[in-house]
Write a protein that binds this ligand. Structure first.
Ligand code: ADP
Length: 450
């Protein structure tokens, strides 16, 4: 009984059935200290891992009795949905889809937790609104904050639309459209800067664009970031009939602007304390110093590779640095961030998706949207902070980062590293913001882990 939690999880008794099942078998004893609450108390924390049988949790936002058939959409789209093994609509799909596909088209602002099927909701909507007699005419535009997310959405359009006769899809991310070439597809999925350039250079005819969808909409509308570009794109598609904004987070100020951007929208909103995904166990570790975080991270490697893991850092240099150190220490990890060239970014993410690489070190560039169901652990090596000055904790980014695990009812673990008063307080503020308790993991008896 003297073994540490790390020891027990890393070497579950008996042969692992599958990677996920071995995590499920692990009983984790640890000190529980609710970060948002008052005082310390001891308790046993159990990592309960259920595989994707979601039927059990009546409170899971994923279930409803309704079926996709009831939507009355094109059977070719339905066939695509079923071929992806979507049996029933998730809560957000159930609630949003009837409103989304109704005529006349109405705008929508939709919020739902990470990994609950927002992408499929807007993809089904887009597919149900196209004029299939005009395959070369851009009719729907979906924008996302990173090339990786745009590519992933493009993949979902291709999958759900795989049986739809005449469907054409094109990505508009950096490097994807040759200079001078025309965008010739009904559905265009891209990043705002590239799309804006294509429209300005008259490579992209937006005269018949019917539907505009912003994924990660709060991020896309953020005045400090992509907001300007997205507004300009919107102004360049005057014929648009339906504007859809989707995200897991909508901070109040952004929501106000979102309502102007997408006027008279139907909306689905969540209360703050409903935002966190229940299946994600949120923990933190007290590290001796900023540099001391590395040792702790290296010790977690065994746990990280039970499933797949993502380590989030603030700076590109940190990503390079700790990946080099981990590799030097004999571990297998990959790193990716904005300084990497596009094709390389795509190939590293692909390796990670297929499980060829199980540990990915990255920056906020991949904090949002990326859907890799095998991700069972997310590590916040640095607590996410807002802006360059690091003055405030970034609660939204925290939620999106940890949302890379616990996808569609699966379980996952997130571990945030704190090492000084500032990082501790920042994490505490994030916990308070969402009304959650974070579980403290002890590192005391790690020396015996060997
Ligand atoms: P979000 O955009 O809300 O973060 P995604 O749309 O990426 O979530 O969905 C998360 C995962 O759940 C994806 O792998 C997706 O294929 C899957 N999924 C979506 N809708 C359903 C459904 N109705 N049934 C089963 N799986 C689904």
């Amino acid at each position: 009984a003297s073994a540490s939690w790390a020891d027990e999880v890393a070497s579950p008794t008996g042969p692992p059935k599958t990677e996920e099942a071995s995590l499920a078998d692990a009983q984790v004893d640890g000190q529980v200290e609710p970060l948002g609450g008052s005082g310390l108390h001891d308790a046993t924390y159990e990592v309960e891992v259920k595989l994707s049988d979601l039927q059990g949790d009546a409170n899971s936002p994923l279930y409803s009795i309704q079926s996709f058939e009831e939507l009355g959409i094109n059977p070719e789209i339905l066939k695509g949905i079923y071929s992806m093994n979507f049996k029933k609509p998730s809560k957000i799909q159930e609630k949003a889809l009837p409103l989304l596909i109704r005529d006349p088209p109405t705008n929508m602002i939709a919020q739902s937790q990470s990994g609950t099927g927002k992408t499929a909701a807007f993809v089904i909507t887009i597919l149900s609104r196209l004029d299939y007699t005009k395959p070369e005419q851009p009719q729907a535009l979906c924008l996302a904050p990173s090339r990786e997310l745009a590519r992933q959405i493009e993949g979902v359009v291709r999958s759900i639309g795989q049986f739809v006769n005449g469907l054409t899809i094109q990505a508009a991310v950096p490097g994807a459209v040759e200079r001078g070439a025309k965008v010739k597809a009904m559905v265009v999925v891209g990043t705002p800067g590239t799309v804006m350039d294509l429209i300005k250079r008259r490579q992209f005819d937006t005269s018949q664009m019917k539907i505009l969808c912003l994924d990660e909409a709060d991020n896309m509308l953020d005045q400090q970031g992509l907001g300007d570009q997205c507004l300009r794109v919107k102004q360049m598609i005057p014929a648009v009939k339906q504007i859809l904004l989707f995200s897991a987070t909508f901070p109040e100020e952004v929501m106000r602007y979102a309502k102007q951007f997408s006027p008279s929208a139907n909306s689905i909103e969540l209360k703050r304390d409903e935002l966190t995904v229940r299946g994600i166990s949120q923990m933190y570790m007290d590290c001796p110093s900023d540099d001391g975080k590395y040792e702790i991270l290296a010790n977690l490697y065994g746990l990280m590779t039970i499933g797949s893991s993502i380590i989030f850092v603030k700076k590109r240099e940190t990503a390079d640095n700790i990946s080099a150190r981990l590799i030097g220490d004999g571990h297998q990890v990959v790193a990716v961030h904005g300084a990497f060239e596009g094709a390389e970014r795509d190939s590293i993410l692909e390796q990670f998706r297929t499980g060829q690489s199980k540990v990915l070190i990255t920056t906020n560039v991949l904090a949002r949207g990326i859907d890799v169901s095998s991700v069972s652990m997310v590590i916040n090596y640095d607590i996410p902070m807002k802006g360059r000055s690091d003055s405030e904790p970034d609660a939204e980014t925290y939620l999106h980062r940890i949302g890379r695990t616990g996808r569609f009812g699966r379980v996952g673990v997130s571990i945030s590293f704190v090492f000084d008063r500032k990082s501790y307080v920042a994490l505490q503020q994030i916990a308070t913001h969402y009304g959650i308790d974070l579980i403290r993991l002890d590192t005391d008896d790690w020396d015996t882990t060997e």
